[in-house]
Write a protein that binds this ligand. Structure first.
Ligand SMILES: O=C(CO)[C@H](O)[C@H](O)COP(=O)(O)O
Length: 224
């Protein structure tokens, strides 16, 4: 029998209690999170604002788990070094954000960080064709970025499948994450299409028992 594939789980602190963020991070780490997903929003690239490198540096003291930092900011280039210094392990920029994203990805890697590329629902997968050699993680947005608690866009499932084929064709180990509306009902569609990492805000931090929520998501997303 083929081995089951288990997706990584990255709770999004966007849905956590901002007044108790250190405790909220420790709680999901204790309860089984693989990575922490940190959404940085600027009120310009997306119509919402969150936090900057200062918050990430403060949270760094609460866990050694990888910090998966999703920059929904424009321009991002001027801030990459600050997020790296603050303790980001993976830095995602948006393909839509900047015509020189190839250079941005090179820069992220030159800092010793994993380079992530995030892609909005309206952007075709082929937009990533000429940068995949520089990408460690693809973050497929399954909602329009900016807010937690939105409904999973099923229209993105074929895109996940196409990106999985494109990623595998490189012969490199590229992770594909999904972000937005991921819960026990939608997880399987994403992982069957090729996602191997799931970001989840509401379906973890919106639940009374984080350990149960994380393990239910992981089970729901298991394939093979
Ligand atoms: O990037 C994001 C929003 O732009 C969030 O990570 C995402 O929406 C997670 O929230 P939820 O799981 O509640 O949909």
């Amino acid at each position: 029998m083929p081995a089951l594939k288990t997706p990584l789980i990255a709770p999004s602190i966007l849905s956590a209690d901002f007044a108790r963020m250190g405790e909220e991070v420790e709680a999901v780490v204790r309860d089984g999170a693989d990575w922490l997903h940190l959404d940085v929003m600027d009120g310009h690239f997306v119509p919402n604002m969150t936090f900057g490198p200062g918050m990430i540096a403060a949270l760094r003291k609460h866990t050694d788990k990888p910090f998966d930092v999703h920059l929904m900011i424009e321009p991002a280039d001027a801030f990459i070094d600050a997020f790296a210094k603050a303790g980001a392990d993976h830095i995602h920029v948006h393909i839509e954000e900047n015509p020189h994203v190839h250079r941005t990805l090179q820069h992220i890697r030159s800092l010793g960080k994993k380079a992530g590329i995030a892609i909005c629902p309206g952007t075709p997968p082929e937009a990533l064709s000429y940068i995949l050699d520089l990408v460690d993680i693809i973050l497929v947005m399954t909602v329009n970025p900016g807010f937690g608690g939105q409904k999973f866009l099923e229209s993105q499932v074929p895109k996940i499948r196409t990106l999985r084929q494109m990623a595998d064709a490189t012969g490199r180990d590229i992770r594909i994450g999904v972000d937005g509306g991921i819960d026990v009902h939608t997880a399987r569609q994403a992982t069957e299409a090729g996602a191997d990492m799931m970001v989840a805000g509401t379906s973890i931090y919106g639940q009374p028992d984080y350990a149960k929520a994380i393990s239910a998501l992981r089970d729901a997303g298991r394939t093979g």
